[in-house]
Structures are given as structure tokens and as C-alpha cells.
Design a protein around this ligand. Structure first.
Ligand SMILES: O=C(O)c1cc(=O)[nH]c(=O)n1[C@@H]1O[C@H](COP(=O)(O)O)[C@@H](O)[C@H]1O
Length: 280
């Protein structure tokens, strides 16, 4: 999917919500465990109930890898189900990969070509040659970790090197890489106050913003500092939506939670339009 197509979907649905499909067999309703593929059954129910409120789904691959071959199969079935039934949905493989060039090439092929995801999250620590193999894929995105939502983000990402914080170097340097137009960046919702700094370096890039909900990030703050004229945001929530209920009506309850976020997003889009009516 192109960035333009993603923006069109956001405008149409008045939503920039990404729902995280972080499926933990210990947290799903127990009646699903007797199904042939409990992970896929859970995802299918969540997707069918919530797709009108979001523009993207982000399975974190760790939850699937932890279930071995069955987990990988459920992940592929989930992506195929989305392509077949909701082709307008943007898909993110949250795999946080990145390695020496020839290894990254294999990761990129796996997620962006073979499995058919629109994008994959990548760690920048190994630098240019570890990221460029992901950027080669046309109409696909590489979502680079810039400033993450966790406490450990302060261990390295905000340290200074030559007077500049490392996360700013990641943003700045990555702009010079080949096919850098295919980059998006992760900035945690818990670090919303940093978004103004991020926007000085990447004023138009799309940002994947996880950490709203279970981690305490605030949608309003994220929008205040991070929204652009083309929206430029995909805000993720996983646990607060998909585990809102463990009863048989879990999908309905998840849909209600997703709708609340969608409504707040529609308000934020309106607010932005009003505040920037001169520039738009
Ligand atoms: O890359 C990510 O998506 C990510 C980056 C980050 O800085 N923080 C973060 O929480 N995530 C992921 O976003 C999801 C957040 O889930 P919830 O906290 O349940 O909404 C998990 O899949 C995390 O692995």
C-alpha cells in the first residue's frame, strides 16, 4: 500500500487507529482453546468486529513465534484473511528485525514479499546496511525504532553523542539512506512531549505511535505534537482493545473500545483542520 492510499483510508474512516494483534493464549476466552486454530479464530473475530474503526493491524510476531509452527501458520492465515476480506487495511509485522545486509535481505523477503505485509518494524542499531535491504521494496514501508515507549528508551536513545541525542541521529541519518522515502518511525506515545523535536527533523514522515492505553500514553498529546496536514500518525493500542473482555462477547467489547478511540481520533482530525484552516 502506498502512503497516499493509507492517508485516503484515514480520511475515509476518520481513524488512524492501529490495533495490535498480540495474541496470548493465556488471555483469550477459554472456549476458543478447543478450536483447531485458537489464535486465528481469535484474530478473525477481532478483525470482523473492529475493522471499520481502524486502518491497520499490527501483529507482534513474538506472540506467534512463541507458539512455534502453529503460531507462524496462524500469522499467515491472519494476513491472508485481511488481504482477502479487507484489502483496504494496512498491515504491520512488528518483528523489530535488522542484521548484517545479507541477513536483513532474508528478513525483508520474509515479511514484505513472502508473507505479504505492507510494513515491518526494524531496529536501527546496526546502521545503514542493516536497514537498506528493507527499503528496496516498492510501496512497502520500513518502520524504524526512533524513540520507544519503554523506560529503557532512556538507556541509549536519549544519550548525547556530539551534543545530539541518539534518537535524533537515527532520524537525521536515516533520511540519507537509499529509498528513505519508504521509512516511517516509531515514537512511543509515552514520550509525546518529544514529538515536537521529532517533527523538526521528520516533518512529514508517518509515525507509528504505540503506548496509548495499557502503557498510559495520551492520544491528545500525541496529536498536539505529532499530527501533520496528511495526519502522519498511526496510533497503536493492543491489550486495551483485544483483551477488554475475556467473555464470549470479547469481540463486541473490543469493537466498543476501538470505536471510542476512533471517535476521539475523528475529533482530533477536526480540531487539526480547524486550527490549521489557513494552511490546508
Ligand atoms: O514497535 C512497536 O510497535 C512498539 C514500540 C515501542 O516503543 N513500544 C511498544 O509498545 N511497541 C509495541 O506496541 C505494542 C503495545 O501494546 P499495548 O501496550 O498492549 O498497547 C506491543 O506489541 C509492543 O511490542
Amino acid at each position: 500500500m502506498t502512503t497516499q492510499e493509507l492517508v485516503e483510508q484515514i480520511r475515509k474512516k476518520q481513524s488512524f487507529l492501529c490495533i495490535g494483534l498480540d495474541v496470548d493464549l493465556k488471555k483469550i476466552p477459554t472456549y476458543l482453546l478447543s478450536e483447531e486454530d485458537p489464535i486465528f479464530s481469535f484474530n478473525k473475530a477481532i478483525i470482523d468486529a473492529t475493522h471499520q474503526f481502524c486502518v491497520a493491524y499490527k501483529p507482534n510476531t513474538a506472540f506467534y513465534e512463541a507458539c512455534g509452527l502453529k503460531g507462524w501458520e496462524a500469522l499467515q492465515k491472519t494476513i491472508d484473511y485481511l488481504h482477502d476480506n479487507y484489502p483496504e487495511i494496512y498491515t504491520i509485522a512488528d518483528a523489530k528485525r535488522g542484521d548484517i545486509g545479507n541477513t536483513s535481505k532474508m528478513y525483508a523477503k520474509t515479511f514484505l514479499k513472502d508473507m505479504g505485509f505492507d510494513s515491518v518494524t526494524v531496529a536501527p542499531y546496526m546502521g545503514k546496511d542493516s536497514v537498506e535491504p528493507f527499503l528496496e521494496f516498492e510501496d512497502k514501508h520500513t518502520i524504524l525504532l526512533a524513540l520507544t515507549s519503554n523506560e529503557g528508551a532512556f538507556d541509549f536513545q536519549t544519550l548525547k553523542s556530539d551534543e545530539t541525542e541518539i534518537y535524533k541521529k537515527v532520524l537525521e541519518t536515516s533520511k540519507s539512506w537509499e529509498n528513505s522515502e519508504n521509512l516511517m518511525y516509531v515514537v512511543g506515545a509515552t514520550k509525546a512531549e518529544y514529538l515536537a523535536e521529532v517533527r523538526k527533523i521528520v516533518p512529514e514522515s508517518f509515525l507509528l505511535v504505540p503506548g496509548v492505553g495499557a502503557q498510559g500514553g495520551k492520544l491528545e498529546d500525541v496529536c498536539k505534537y505529532g499530527m501533520t496536514k496528511d495526519v502522519g500518525l498511526l496510533v497503536n493500542s493492543s491489550r486495551k482493545i483485544i483483551y477488554a473482555s475475556t467473555n464470549n462477547n470479547f469481540a463486541e467489547v473490543a469493537a466498543a473500545k476501538a470505536e471510542i478511540l476512533q471517535q476521539q481520533m475523528a475529533e482530533e482530525l477536526e480540531k487539526f483542520k480547524f486550527e490549521h484552516s489557513n494552511e490546508l
